[in-house]
Design a protein around this ligand. Structure first.
Ligand code: PDD
Length: 296
């Protein structure tokens, strides 16, 4: 049983806002915050398994890069950030779940396209999401179905910004089609999923799009490709088409919250046998096992 902290007569999450731990209903951000008005902010999602953080270092490094690409300061040191993550896991008694982190350019005293003065304090928010059973998701046994949609996002998808409207629309398009997610396509080639990286498997080869500004450089992607190479699989980092995906032996996605998730249908066509395949299953096992060993 989890026992969340009592705030008055109510139990609720404790969240972190600008240096303080407060009840979730007490955490207030200005209407002038540039995250709210301009999507001028970056984020990270770090998974918690057995009360420990998966790949914290990778997320901290990518956060630093996203901030630098947008000319933003990093308002918190890596050690302090780790401490805040751990404290939130402890206070909110998270065994399996996620920690969401967002940093924005702060709240000047009016709306303006120009960046605010450099001494404007940034906004930093962290909150936990409790997801019991995250690692034993039934979807991993069944696999998920995806549709393809045109990639209509901006051109700097390598920066993890909070402008997630199009990915959100993509999820709704998938839902309306009776599917679980959408793979986005640009110039005839798959870029990535709405909130994950996309892969196909042909024989002993894993194919996933090369890194560039067109996709987010997934932390899970880096780990899974490393484990695949260690398991003597061939990795080809190149773009692929929806047709190739439909002809593949297997397909899957990766992200911090889904780990390795098999894809069994693309645009109505079964991938391979149409059931979850052995390679994706094995990669999921290896990923969970190895990441748990080095969780902090
Ligand atoms: N999404 N591509 C996109 C567009 C993403 O939003 C994500 C992560 C990934 C996978 O990255 P990682 O392996 O580092 O989680 C790829 C997170 C989980 C989210 O928005 O909830």
């Amino acid at each position: 049983m989890r026992h969340l902290p009592d705030y008055g007569d109510k139990q609720m999450r404790t969240v972190y806002l600008n240096g303080e731990y407060v009840a979730e209903n007490e955490a207030k951000v200005s209407i002038f915050d540039r995250g709210f008005l301009m999507a001028d902010g970056v984020y990270e999602v770090t998974t918690v398994l057995d009360g420990k953080l998966i790949d914290f270092d990778g997320h901290a490094v990518r956060l630093q890069r996203s901030l630098a690409e947008l000319g933003m300061e990093n308002p918190i040191s890596k050690d302090d950030l780790l401490e805040v993550h751990r404290e939130l896991v402890r206070i909110n008694e998270i065994d399996q779940g996620m920690i969401y982190l967002q940093i924005t350019r702060g709240a000047p005293d009016d709306r303006d396209f120009a960046y605010p003065p450099e001494d404007t304090p940034q906004t930093i928010v962290l909150f936990t999401q409790n997801k019991p059973g995250l690692a034993d998701s039934p979807a991993a046994q069944k696999g998920i179905k995806v549709i393809s949609i045109e990639d209509q996002r901006w051109a700097r998808r390598d920066i993890k910004t909070v402008q997630l409207l199009y990915p959100s629309m993509g999820k709704m398009m998938a839902k309306a089609a009776g599917c679980d997610d959408a793979w986005m396509v640009e110039d005839g080639h798959v870029t990535e999923g709405t909130s994950n990286n996309a892969y196909i498997i042909k024989g002993n080869t894993i194919i996933t799009r090369h890194l560039g500004n067109e996709i987010l450089h997934g932390i899970t992607r880096a780990a899974v490709l490393r484990f695949a190479k260690e398991a003597q699989m061939t990795v080809e980092e190149r773009s692929f088409t929806i047709g190739e995906a439909q002809d593949a032996d297997e397909a899957f996605i990766t992200s911090a919250s889904t780990f390795v998730m098999p894809v069994v249908e693309v645009d109505g066509a079964a991938v391979g046998t149409g059931a979850v395949g052995p390679v994706a299953t094995r990669l999921r096992e290896i990923y969970l096992e190895e990441s748990r060993k080095v969780a902090v």
